[in-house]
Design a protein around this ligand. Structure first.
Ligand code: HSE
Length: 404
């Protein structure tokens, strides 16, 4: 019997315990041995919950127990999860995590320790919740060179933007509803400012390209400035607004960003709604493949963590990580990348279009129902730096959103 410890009995940790209990038999059949949760670590007590019997408050109890071969880290946050993970690996225990902050910040070091100790540091659940995207890239798409990864990687913001699109609501109201329904944290900053998606695209890019992408190099904009009016203009263009995480490797040049983007029905990500996530991978032989599913939530995320536990259990004493190049990739400065922009400005085209064309050349104008005091236009492809300079010289800019 393989003994496991779960660190953190929150949404994902309690889900992991449930998955291991509910699917005990089928998991045992797959591993060839039973898996058993010996400890759950949490600062809190859970009176009346069966977990009480295996609950500990002192991590040392887990660390010093040689029977514990796999540690599930579902604490979230960098500290103390970093110390606990490092100590577990150094003690020869594999670690499976859903913690994207920790993986994005210290994943390279933790994977290196795992390799030295012939154990594993696995993080399938850190990106895309239950979508098995990391294993797909590492174990299935092995005939390809992956040159692009993009996706909708944050369930909270996708829920908010879907609400705004379907109900015409403003951002603040949609956020309040997301919080009321348990889809957004009380402090939703990491989601709505795009930081969560930023860490996820950095992790996915690192896996896809086999070299480290540092999340602090990824340009990130959230969705807080999106107005109901922008959504109406998007609809008038037959498009929707999504928080799009994107990265592309072209030779040695990698560009990566998280921004709101207008996408049309020809884009497979167009129909990804509510809390769902999707990851679109482009391989040089395969072309496009999209992976779609529950991007958050207790059991979907726990399902991915436990799949990692199964992989660790099947490989005792063997590090199965795909070797990387050991390099950190340089990201093309964001100002040097190009985009098309939708710009919403006050006034009307008759009065303003000449001035706009003098700045941006030919543009497409956009009108939307119920908007008399403003209008929109779409630029051609333009370098970010040039766009920023030009837009600074234009009065009455209400918003600007990149167009895919
Ligand atoms: N807050 C995250 C989201 C949870 O909304 O996608 C899953 O990482």
């Amino acid at each position: 019997m393989i003994k496991i410890a779960v660190l953190g009995y929150g949404t994902v940790g309690s889900g992991a315990v449930k998955v291991l209990q509910t699917n005990r038999e089928s998991i045992a059949r797959r591993v060839g041995e039973e898996l058993c949760v010996k400890y759950v670590l949490d600062l809190r007590d859970f009176p009346g919950d069966p977990v009480e019997e295996i609950l500990v408050h002192d991590y040392k109890e887990i660390l010093k127990d040689p029977e514990v071969r796999i540690v599930v880290e579902t604490m979230g946050g960098v500290n103390p999860a970093y110390d606990f993970s490092k100590l577990a690996l150094q003690a020869g225990k594999s670690v499976c995590t859903s913690n994207k902050e920790l993986v994005a910040q210290h994943g390279v070091e933790l994977m290196q320790i795992a390799k030295e100790k012939n154990v594993n540091y696995m993080f399938e659940a850190s990106c895309g919740g239950g979508i098995p995207i990391i294993r797909a890239m590492n174990e299935a798409l092995t005939a390809d060179v992956i040159d692009e990864v993009s996706g909708i990687l944050n369930g909270t913001t996708n829920y908010i933007l879907t609400k705004m699109t379907l109900e015409g609501s403003e951002f603040g109201d949609a956020l309040a509803e997301a919080q009321k329904n348990g889809y957004a944290e009380r402090n939703p900053e990491a989601d709505i400012e795009g930081y969560d998606a930023c860490r996820k695209i950095a992790i996915l890019s690192s896996v896809a390209y086999g070299s480290h992408v540092d999340f602090t190099d990824v340009y990130t904009e959230g969705i807080t400035k999106i107005k109901a009016a922008d959504i109406r203009y998007a609809a008038a263009m037959g498009k929707v607004i999504k928080l799009l995480a994107f990265s592309r490797k072209d030779g040695n040049a990698v560009s990566a960003r998280v921004t709101p983007a207008l996408i049309g029905p020809d884009d497979p990500l167009y129909a990804v709604n509510d809390v769902f996530n999707a990851v679109l991978v482009h391989g040089n032989m395969l072309g496009d493949a999209m992976f779609y599913g529950s991007g958050a939530g207790s059991l979907p995320t726990a399902s991915a963590v436990v799949a990692d536990v199964v992989a660790c259990a099947k490989n005792p004493g063997r590090n199965v990580a795909v070797p990387g190049t050991g390099e950190t990739l340089e990201i093309v400065p964001f100002e040097e990348t190009e985009s098309r922009f939708f710009v919403r400005v006050s006034g009307n085209p008759a009065e303003r279009l000449d001035g706009i064309k003098a700045l941006f050349g030919e543009v497409e104008t956009v009108a939307a129902d119920g908007t008399e005091d403003d209008f929109g236009f779409v630029t051609g492809l333009i370098e970010e730096r040039v766009f920023a300079e030009k837009i600074a010289g234009l009065d009455g800019v209400l918003n600007r959103i990149r167009v895919m």
